[in-house]
Structures are given as C-alpha cells and as structure tokens.
Design a protein around this ligand. Sequence first.
Ligand code: DC
Length: 233
Amino acid sequence: MNKKITIAIDGHSSTGKSTVARRLAKELGYIYVDTGAMYRAVTLYMMRKVFVSESNFNEEAILRHLPFVDLEFKFNDKTGKADMYLENENVEEEIRYMEVSKHVSQVSAIPEVRRKLVEQQQEMGKEKGVVMDGRDIGTVVFPDAELKIFMTASTEKRAHRRYAELKARGEEVEYDEVEKNVKERDYLDSTREDSPLVRAEDAIEFDNSDMDLEEQFEKILKIAQDKIQEVNS
Ligand code: DC
C-alpha cells in the first residue's frame, strides 16, 4: 500500500491556501485541516465573552477560560467540507467575519493558545495522510512533514481576493479596510515572538499572484504526487 505523507501549507493571509489545500486533500483522499479556523473560533469565543473587543484585550481572562474552549471539526454532507464547531455550535460562517479577522492575530500570539491548538493539530495529523494549512505547520506543528509549501502573493492581489470573498458573502466592507487588515495581520503574524510566520528552510515557495486557481492546483497536485512517489520508491 502507498505510504501516506504529511503536507504542510503555510503562508500569508488570503493567499488561497485553504482552497488549494482542501482540493488537494480531496484528490489524494487525505484529511484536510484548516488551522486558521481553530484560531478564529478561539477568538470568537473570547469576543462573545467580551474579553476581546475594540477597546478591551483581557489576557488574564482569556487564559482562565482557554481550557474550557471546546472545538471540533464536523463533516458537512451538504457542502462536502468540514465545518468548525465551537461548543457544539456551527460557527463556520461567523468565524470568517471581518470583526473576527480584526482580532485573531492578537489572540493567536498568546503562547498558551498556540500550545493548546498545536497539540490538537498534532493529534489530528498523527496518522499522516493529512493536508494542513496555517502559519506554523511546517515549522512547529509538523517540522518533519515530507512536503512543505509556502504560499505567497502580492498584498494587493490578496486584498482584492479577500474583498471579493467578503462581498460575495454579503458583508458590508470597504476595500481599504480589507487591505489594512491583510497588512496588519501579515505584520502581526510575522513578528510575534511565539512561532512567527516564516518560511521553513525546506519549504517550496509558491507565488500565485499571477495564477488562477486551476493552474495553481494542477502545479501543487503534481508536486504532491511526485513527493508521494518519491517516498514510496
Ligand atoms: O488562515 P486564516 O487567515 O483563516 O488565519 C487566521 C489567523 O489565525 C491568522 O491571521 C493567524 C492565525 N493563525 C496562526 O497564528 N497559526 C496558524 N497555524 C493558523 C492561523
């Protein structure tokens, strides 16, 4: 039988990591894990408790409540994707709101939050046969992953993609606000002390600024298939 591998896809926000990663997992018959959804769900939990807001960031309360945050992915037969559940409630849509995006990088910078989620991610991927996307998958979660891809694209391209996505979902947002958020998250995610977003030395850099989804997918699928073949030869 073919040995399965671990595929880590990291990169800046709105590089289209999750779209490619999800499709790749489906094609290979692997599990897909969107780790950004987990950081978003923790953020939403803390926002609902009002420990995190425009005017408040209560780290002490976040730490106190962190052990009780109950996260789970459940497969949705209708969409064919796994949805994020927080305390048994489907929050897949709500975690993508701009309000959550505004606070998620700050919550993700807390080492205890990272420790909790990294542990869950390692558990989910321990049997291999997983495509996981995030910021620290190839550096921290699975430093031994057989295949690491680091996705990049110009800030402008990413902001336009994000804006189109939010608009399509009916959110009232201004382009400038989206671009500002993309830049802020790039900065915060790359400069935090604990597991900053950096390209793993052995990751393949993949700039998709001038590629459509189909082209990207075909290229990444080929890279993955070659790697699987190499591991099995
Ligand atoms: O992939 P995303 O845009 O949904 O991720 C949301 C935020 O979560 C991102 O700005 C930083 C954080 N994150 C992280 O710190 N580590 C990960 N592995 C995934 C996401």
